[in-house]
Design a binder for this molecule. Structure first.
Ligand code: ZN
Length: 148
C-alpha cells in the first residue's frame, strides 16, 4: 500500500493520497477543500463511523458535551494539539449529547474522554481534561510511528 485513504473534513469523501506526497497540502477530489484544515472535525452518526473505519491514518476522538466544564476547558488545548498532530493523526470531536447511541456503543462513562483508533480498532482511551502537551505525548506514547 503506497497510498493513504483519508476522509475529507468537509464533505466526507474518501480520498486516496500517495504517501510520498505532502498530505498536509492535499485537497479533496470531490469538494476541493483541504483535507486537513488544522482544526478538529465535528463528527456524528455516519461521519463518525466513516472517519474511524475508512481513514488509514490514526483517528483521535474527543467525546465531549456543551454542559461539561472540563470539556470546554480542554477544547482550546485539543484544537492546539490538532496543529501539532495533523496530518499524521486525524483529530475529531464527538458531541455526546447529540450522539447518545454512539456514546453508549463506545461505553463512555465520563467526559471528556479521548479514544484513539487505528485501522478501525480502539488503541487506547483516557478520561479527564488534558493540556496540549499531555494530549500530544499521550498520542505519541500509543503510536510510536507518530513521534517523528
Ligand atoms: Zn471534500
Amino acid at each position: 500500500m503506497d497510498d493513504n485513504l483519508i476522509v475529507c473534513s468537509e464533505c466526507g469523501s474518501v480520498n486516496r493520497v500517495p504517501k510520498a506526497r505532502r498530505i498536509a497540502d492535499a485537497k479533496c477530489g470531490s469538494c476541493g477543500a483541504r483535507i486537513f484544515s488544522g482544526h478538529p472535525r465535528d463528527v456524528g452518526g455516519a461521519t463518525f463511523d466513516r472517519h474511524v473505519t475508512r481513514n488509514t491514518l490514526p483517528v483521535l476522538v474527543d467525546v465531549w458535551a456543551p454542559w461539561c466544564g472540563p470539556c470546554r476547558t480542554m477544547a482550546p488545548a485539543y484544537a492546539a494539539a490538532a496543529l501539532e498532530l495533523e496530518p499524521r493523526v486525524v483529530l475529531t470531536k464527538l458531541n455526546s449529547d447529540d450522539e447518545p447511541a454512539i456514546s453508549t456503543r463506545l461505553g463512555i462513562r465520563g467526559i471528556p474522554t479521548m479514544i484513539l483508533f487505528h485501522g478501525g480498532k480502539e488503541v487506547a482511551r483516557t478520561s479527564g481534561a488534558m493540556s496540549t502537551g499531555q494530549i500530544v505525548r499521550w498520542v505519541r506514547d500509543h503510536l510510536p510511528s507518530v513521534a517523528a
